[in-house]
Design a protein around this ligand. Structure first.
Ligand code: ZN
Length: 294
């Protein structure tokens, strides 16, 4: 049984999730959100009849702060944190991670992510591609899925895959949208990772942004299309604007129009999408991708 927990990031509902599984041998949490939402998670677990200190295993899809910025708090309670080998050192010593996030978020760092402490290396477990981990009555398979970031893992349990950011965001009845932040976006890797997800023949995708998606093949195909669409848009437009601010504004308008006029989303749902993945991040991520691939 998977319980979806709304961490209510910045007070916004259905933008960022974490997932609770009772293994019969300690609680498993997939994703943690940033440390600022630790108390929200605690309250949610209480409602389910659990104490947050019963969380003994934390699986993070990748080390971006909206997914695992708060993992250190669970490690302080004695939890093992399972992560991609390329992410492990950044959990142990988050200095570079903080520097690179500060480039994107500037003086909003603290408001968004709160405190980011290092994790004792004994509490960090690197997981290889296709490694199988058994905890209590739960079997978890790792699927290395680079593209959004090199250190990305999708976690498979039974017929479900917890996709982090590899399968994009889909909130309620809205469309699938990718997040393409710098510095590691790589389209070729990303398409291959989406093929890996298809090959796993799952019935359910659990999206960190946000919740369950059950029409798996259509979901993945929508994701491939929009990823290509965004990447092509940036490739074509980047030379037409003198500066990144104008390009970013134009891209924001483009995404807003897609959500508002093509998909008829109300303002509240659009806000939820923007809280989950502000489109501006994808502009610099995709510019960087095209500069690297030329
Ligand atoms: Zn994310």
């Amino acid at each position: 049984m998977v319980k979806i927990i709304d961490i209510e990031f910045l007070g916004t509902k259905s933008a960022i999730a974490c997932f609770l599984i009772d293994s019969g041998d300690g609680l498993i949490l997939i994703e943690t959100g940033p440390s600022t939402v630790y108390d929200n998670i605690k309250i949610n677990l209480k409602k389910e009849g659990y104490d947050i200190e019963e969380v003994k295993h934390v699986f993070v899809t990748h080390i971006h702060l909206d997914h695992s910025g708060g993992a250190w708090r669970f490690a302080e309670n004695g939890a093992q944190i399972y992560v991609h080998p390329e992410g492990a050192n950044h959990l142990i010593n988050p200095k570079k991670l903080i520097e690179s996030a500060t480039k994107i978020y500037g003086d909003k760092m603290d408001m968004l992510w709160g405190k980011i402490n290092g994790i004792n290396k004994n509490n960090v477990k690197s997981v290889e591609h296709k490694e199988i981990i058994k905890i209590g009555n739960t079997t978890i398979k790792s699927i290395h899925t680079p593209g959004h970031a090199n250190h990305h893992i999708a976690w498979k349990i039974n017929n479900s895959i917890f996709t982090g950011d590899v399968a994009g965001a889909k909130i309620k009845n809205g469309p699938v949208l990718p997040a393409c932040p710098p510095p590691e976006v790589d389209l070729e890797k990303w398409y291959k990772s989406l093929e890996l997800i298809i090959q796993e023949k799952a019935d359910i995708l659990y999206l960190t942004h946000y919740g369950k998606s059950t029409d798996v093949l259509n979901h993945i195909s929508e994701m491939k299309n929009i990823l290509k669409n965004w990447a092509d848009w940036i490739k074509e437009k980047k030379s037409r604007y003198d500066n990144i601010e104008d390009l970013t504004n134009a891209f924001n308008d483009y995404v807003y129009d897609y959500l508002k006029n093509k998909h008829r989303l109300d303002e509240n749902l659009i806000d939820q999408y923007y809280a989950a993945n502000p489109p501006y991040m994808s502009v610099s991520g995709l510019i960087r991708y095209w500069e690297k691939s030329n």
